[in-house]
Design a protein around this ligand. Structure first.
Ligand code: ADP
Ligand code: MG
Length: 375
């Protein structure tokens, strides 16, 4: 067992969670997303241990495990696989360069709440091992191998947005990322008198991980059907709404709705960014509500608790945008709230939510920060 108090770190890494303003479930469909890294973080402390095994302690789980470096295989305990997966994929890129190390993980990021503690963990461990052993991995290598770890060791076929935001985040900036080319533009996160408040439902329905992969398959089904007539489209986000509508009578209703959401949401993201650049923050906020509508009714990844929190804001003139954030089926809503009224929203939402569901929500007021870094 590692001793948190006396542990002598050689490398200390801070790895942030991320928010996403708009462009949900779009990364794996090759479109535009608008994430940012936040000031809630995972802190990883590492030191070499001159052996051929690694011992890793998570203070969130109050448990540790030891893994031998020449036997990097999946384990039964889910959280361990995020780490083992990263080590495995580093070893693919840079064979036999990792030596034994110990690592202590502490975090003030809520787990499983759509703020991407998973990517923060993956990219944090990748950056930590990279810096401890001077592996010379590039940012893009860290981003991609972290995503690959989640695919192969955890089994969630996530897109690239979370890892990209965790690594490339910049204080006070949003990242407009093209998930097909990975070109990106940093946009000043200026919301005028408004600020971001996350309301965590504190529920995480079991559908979250299975339905994620189902949505990916449904999008593939839609794209394959569209490609029979239009072979040049490589991603659903490339299909114009007009062409998409030709398939309303052809695709099963559910599959059509998924595809329609994707193409609409991608367009919305581009329009939302235009509004933001014009300083029209009210318009920007209205796209968040539209995004939620699509996620609730067409993509069907919301849940009663999330819908309740979004609906509650509709009558409040000091909230100009609200939607579910992340994979769905629980986790947080993201809200654009007048800066003088954030506490009012939190008080109101907490009381109404508890009365309705008998669950306490947690409110998270975040600021936009830098991506993963060594302290
Ligand atoms: P999200 O990424 O939105 O937080 P996920 O379900 O994708 O939700 O990832 C959450 C999982 O990531 C946790 O259940 C756990 O397995 C792992 N994880 C995140 N933070 C930590 C941590 N501090 N220690 C150990 N495992 C963690
Ligand atoms: Mg995740």
């Amino acid at each position: 067992m590692l001793n948190i108090e006396t542990f002598k770190s050689e490398v200390v890494i801070e790895s942030p969670g991320r928010i996403n303003l708009i462009g949900e479930h779009i990364d794996y469909n090759g479109g535009f997303v608008l994430p940012a890294a936040v000031d809630k973080k995972i802190r990883l402390r590492l030191r070499k241990n001159n052996s051929s095994s690694c011992t890793i302690y998570s203070s969130n789980f109050k448990s540790s495990f030891t893994i031998v470096l020449d036997d990097l295989v999946r384990k039964e305990v889910e959280w361990q696989n995020y780490i083992i997966g990263v080590l495995f994929h580093i070893n693919v890129l840079k064979p036999n360069t990792i030596e034994g190390f110990d690592c202590i993980i502490e975090s003030n990021l809520p787990l499983g709440s759509g703020i991407s503690s998973s990517a923060a963990l993956e990219c944090g461990i990748a950056k930590g091992v990279n810096d401890l052993f001077n592996l010379g991995l590039s940012d893009i290598e860290i981003i991609k191998l972290s995503r690959d770890a989640e695919h192969t060791f955890v089994g969630t076929k996530c897109g690239i947005m979370d890892q990209f935001a965790v690594v490339k985040g910049k204080k006070e900036h949003l990242i407009l990322l093209n998930c097909e080319t990975l070109d990106y533009e940093l946009i000043k996160a200026d919301f005028r008198d408004y600020k971001i408040v996350l309301l965590n439902t504190n529920v995480s329905h079991s559908l979250a991980s299975s339905e994620y992969n189902v949505r990916r398959d449904e999008c593939d089904t839609a794209l394959t059907a569209i490609q029979k007539k239009y072979p040049n489209f490589q991603f659903l986000t490339e299909v114009p709404v007009k062409i998409m509508k030709e398939f309303k009578a052809i695709l099963p209703e559910k599959i059509y709705n998924r595809a329609l959401y994707v193409t609409q949401e991608n367009k919305r993201t581009i329009k939302a960014v235009k509004s933001l650049k014009k300083n029209n923050i009210e318009k920007f906020g209205s796209y968040l509500y539209k995004s939620h509508y699509g996620l609730q009714h067409l993509y069907e990844v919301s849940c009663t608790e999330l819908d309740f929190l979004v609906n509650l804001t509709r009558d409040l003139d000091y909230v100009i945008g609200s939607r579910m954030m992340g994979g769905g089926f629980g986790g947080c809503t993201i809200n654009l709230v007048h800066k003088d009224k954030a506490e009012d929203l939190i008080t109101l939402a907490s009381a109404s939510y508890e009365e309705k569901f008998n669950i306490q929500l947690s409110a998270i007021q975040t600021t936009i920060s830098d991506g993963v870094k060594q302290l």
